[in-house]
Design a protein around this ligand. Sequence first.
Ligand code: HEM
Length: 147
Amino acid sequence: MNEIISMLYLWLKSAHLIFVIFWMAGLFMMPRFFVYHQEAAVGTPEDSKWIEREQKLRKIILNPSLVITWILGLTLAFNIGAFSQGWFHAKFLVVIMLSGYHGWMMGYVKKLARGERTMKDKTLRFVNEVPGMAAAIIVILAIVKPF
Ligand code: HEM
């Protein structure tokens, strides 16, 4: 099994990065959707449209990309024995935090669908910076492997 994965390693790594891009695209889009969504009054047709858009982004892009990125990333990690390497420990930690951010966003999608708006637009714009910063740290850790 490990030999087959080694032969396909670069293909799997390419697939990993393709799904990382889809996942990040979704993570960047969703808080923007939240800001526009909150401009529409609860119960209006505009509100329903945003609920539908958020559900589609969640089901079609965000959740599948997270799952596939994790599966491919862990496959690569087991193949190269990354669990004993310092850069990977740090990357793993940041990716877990990013997955937590993903989980928080999924919770807010459900809140908005129930008509609850607990976050201010300013806070949403601020949290929108989280995936960009996390991605920068993860890419440096994965490519430079500083430790
Ligand atoms: C979800 C959990 C993830 C795991 C378990 C994981 C694991 C891995 C592993 C083991 C490699 C191979 C490194 C090598 O061949 O030297 C890799 C490559 C890479 N990963 Fe991830 N990764 C994950 C998520 C991410 C995320 C979220 C990003 C970016 C935001 C990312 C960016 C990269 C990059 C840029 C590479 C290419 C490194 C290179 O070949 O030089 N990964 N990943």
